[in-house]
Design a protein around this ligand. Structure first.
Ligand code: CTP
Ligand code: ZN
Length: 140
């Protein structure tokens, strides 16, 4: 097993569904980060069989909205002085700004530059969101 050392200070995004780690890596724009970042794939896990995991040394502003949308089951561990000081459990966000696009071809947001579009969760099971401009339902 490849050994990646514990963090002194940073964020560990754990319990990522196997194969979703790279997508999260990109969504968080970690390719542009100056910090030390490790993406581990297919890590053996008791609970999940296999999981992905991302370690980021140093503080970043992890956009929890993005994480909750891509994979609401991930755990965000905040590490300081080599100890986990906070464990954040995510959920599907009620409101999403600027990440999703409306799937309705007649929506005004498709024809005019309206800036960031707000979406409101209407069905958590189906991951359905309602567009603030046209009320159409969009799933991720
Ligand atoms: N971790 C780390 N550096 C630290 C502390 C923890 O990189 N200083 C990592 C661990 O390697 C692990 C994750 O953070 O991948 C969570 O670690 P831990 O707090 O030990 O919790 P676990 O019991 O492993 O996980 P959980 O409680 O979430 O099931
Ligand atoms: Zn719309």
């Amino acid at each position: 097993m490849i050994n990646v050392s514990k963090l002194k200070k940073g964020v560990v995004i754990d319990h990522i569904e196997a194969n979703k780690g790279y997508k999260i890596f990109n969504q968080l724009k970690l390719d542009e980060s100056e910090d030390v970042v490790v993406l581990m794939r297919n890590v053996p896990s008791q609970k999940m069989g296999k999981k992905d995991l991302i370690k980021i040394e140093n503080d970043i502003n992890v956009d929890l909205t993005v994480l909750g949308l891509i994979d609401p089951n991930v755990t965000v561990n905040v590490v300081e002085n080599g100890e986990r000081v906070n464990k954040i459990k995510l959920s599907l966000p009620e409101k999403v700004m600027g990440i999703m696009e409306c799937k309705n071809p007649r929506c005004i947001s498709k024809h005019e530059n309206v800036g960031e579009i707000g979406f409101t969760l209407v069905d958590a099971g189906e991951k359905l969101y309602r567009c603030e401009y046209c009320d159409a339902r969009t799933s991720l």
